[in-house]
Design a protein around this ligand. Sequence first.
Ligand SMILES: N[C@@H](CCC(=O)N[C@@H](CS)C(=O)NCC(=O)O)C(=O)O
Length: 232
Amino acid sequence: MLKLITYPAAFGAPSASPFGVKAMCFLKMAGAEWEMSSNADPRKTPKGKLPLLVDGDMKISDSEDIRAYLEQKFSVDFDEGLSPEQRATSRAVIRMCDEHLYFALVCDRWLNDANWEVVRAEFFGMIPKLVRGFVTKKIRQQVRRSMHAQGMGRHSVEERLVRADLDMSAIMALVGDKPFLFGDVPTAADASAVPMLAAMAGSPTETRLSKRINNDAPLMAYLDRVNKALYP
Ligand SMILES: N[C@@H](CCC(=O)N[C@@H](CS)C(=O)NCC(=O)O)C(=O)O
């Protein structure tokens, strides 16, 4: 049976990682039988990141490669019925979520002091108490550095909010009056966008970003529709 290795459930989501939840949605779209193996330490995985899909001897890293693998293995097209133009838009939406909104989520989770206290307890509670403070301080420093290198960490909270807000407005403009991004059936872009937005909405403490999402009724209704259609 296929095994999805990813971070355990957290903050109301089936995995702390939105990429893990995205992979779960793909598994459901493929009609696969699978089991989850919770792992909170990605260091020994091929790319040092999770999720990781294991199929016998095969190890597939990265949610986008997991998508390609599942589409091929189960002879399905997660974007069935979409025109070439819609497929191009879908690709752009997925990149926007994975490579931009994700970093707004990381900053909100890790750099916001109130959130960090909860994140630390939730993610690193298994580290012996004696060294937990030291280890988690180091990990947070690494995240801060990587967010600075990536660029999102250089923006103020307000600037990050404006950026995320523009992405969310773009997503909702695409959804329009439809149930899903491209019509009546959820596609790969829904499976990518919603875990990211839901993770932001499910912030452990209320932040400006989580408020922005939770106060947006049409956006929350869209998250709910995708949740019901695609979540495990
Ligand atoms: N492009 C990857 C991103 C995966 C990713 O960033 N995973 C994070 C958790 S959300 C991770 O494992 N980070 C560990 C690290 O960077 O050390 C995908 O789509 O799967």
